[in-house]
Design a protein around this ligand. Structure first.
Ligand SMILES: *[C@@H]1O[C@H](CO)[C@@H](O)[C@H](O)[C@H]1NC(C)=O
Ligand SMILES: *[C@@H]1O[C@H](CO)[C@@H](O)[C@H](O)[C@H]1NC(C)=O
Length: 383
């Protein structure tokens, strides 16, 4: 009788021990299963690498609104704005070093590019960042709620940059969206830095749709275009094609670098995303993207993503800088009815390599261009 009782309590003890051991193993597994390179501070650093007019505002917002994310939109805008006449070679390194600091929530490099007297409103499009509208940066929006930019702009603009820096360090993910990387090589030191755990999401879009969108806002893009073209003197009619040629080449360079023969530190850290796939299957694609960086979809975000991608309206260009409710799938096809066929032919020539690599079919005639039942997107699994 007695020995049986001892056996029972021994059994219970062993079961508890086993449970504890399993939990420990599970937590180790979780730690190392994410590629086996969890750094000591455990933050994930996401670079949302895209180009102008490629739908990166939407993707940026899908990160920015996430309760675990500290997001900033285009920090390199400041570098290009101040050093615009220095040439791409200098800019690349300055931007790289800015990103190293920002990923680690060290805003001191950024301060070098800001006016003497500054607060958070000196940051480019700062109100796009939900984290800058939430505690500890600003009391306005609870961290698990969607932020309203109009209200944030009014209530949170005069806060010091130190608060933004403090806020940054309280999040598990730092996400920086940037359109000013035309290559990956300058980022190699960051990818190899043991303090950083970088994921690169490379967002691309059909160059014909990008051209149409760029034409609508050409003036706003002029300074960036001049930098991309190394200040070369190019006739106005040719300018957009030359810029697009550089952008298309950069997509090829980046994608081939990451996919064909990636250096070991790039493996598992790069994901190419096509805007059109997101427009067609927003929830599915966003789920994949979140999973790639170790974030979970929340019910509120799922609803928000559905709402902004299924609104009405055929994508008027006036709305193009904003995140508004419109049917994303319609918007991604709008170029087919509005871009003159001559321009379509030209951009197809200029971006031939990129289009074939990224899975965008060319059209051979105006009829083909306008027949929306012809699908020009090569299925993901075939590229
Ligand atoms: C954001 O707030 C403004 C001002 O309070 C309001 O008019 C607007 O409808 C809000 N936007 C959304 C999307 O809730
Ligand atoms: C902070 O931002 C507000 C609003 O933009 C501005 O009026 C104020 O002068 C700024 N303060 C400093 C110290 O720059």
């Amino acid at each position: 009788m007695r020995s049986r009782k001892v056996n029972l309590s021994t059994m219970i003890f062993l079961m508890i021990l086993q449970g504890a051991a399993m939990m420990l193993l599970f937590s180790w597994y979780m730690e190392f299963s994410h590629g086996g390179h969890a750094p000591s501070d455990r933050k994930v650093h996401v670079l949302l690498l895209s180009s102008w007019r490629s739908g990166s505002s939407f993707l940026g917002q899908a990160f920015s609104q996430h309760p675990s994310v500290f997001y900033l939109m285009e920090p390199a805008w400041h570098v290009w704005n101040i050093l615009f006449d220095k040439g791409l070679k200098v800019l690349r390194m300055a931007v790289r070093d800015l990103f190293r600091g920002m990923f680690q929530c060290d805003f001191s490099v950024m301060e070098a590019y800001l006016p003497e007297q500054h607060n958070v409103s000196a940051l480019f499009m700062w109100f796009e960042s939900r984290a800058l509208c939430s505690p500890p940066a600003c009391p306005l929006t609870p961290r698990n709620q969607l932020s309203n930019q109009t209200r944030c702009k009014k209530a949170c603009d005069a806060r010091g940059l130190q608060l933004a820096q403090d806020a940054c360090s309280t999040y598990s993910h730092v996400v920086l969206k940037e359109v000013r990387f035309l290559e990956l090589e300058s980022l190699y030191p960051l990818l190899q830095d043991p303090h950083l755990d970088i994921r690169i999401i490379h967002l691309v879009r059909d160059p014909r749709a990008v051209l149409r969108s760029r034409e609508a806002v050409a003036e706003g893009l002029a300074r960036g275009s001049a930098i991309v073209l190394e200040q070369k003197n190019i006739p106005t009619v040719e300018l957009q094609y030359k810029v697009m040629q550089e952008i298309c080449r950069s997509h090829v360079r980046i994608n081939e670098r990451a996919i064909l023969k990636p250096p070991p530190f790039l493996e598992g850290r790069y994901k190419m995303v096509r805007y059109e796939d997101v427009a067609r299957n927003p929830l599915e694609e966003m789920n994949d993207i979140y999973e790639f960086v170790g974030l979970e979809m929340t019910p509120e975000l799922g609803e928000w993503i559905y709402h902004v991608t299924h609104g009405r309206g055929k994508g008027s260009q006036r709305e193009a800088f904003k995140i508004t409710s419109r049917n994303a799938a319609d918007v991604s096809q709008a170029w087919r009815s509005t871009l003159p066929h001559e321009k379509v032919k030209r951009i197809q020539e200029v971006c031939k390599g990129a289009m074939s690599l990224l899975g965008y079919r060319t059209v051979d005639s105006e009829e083909e261009q306008k027949s929306l039942e012809i699908d020009l997107l090569v299925p993901r699994e075939l590229i």
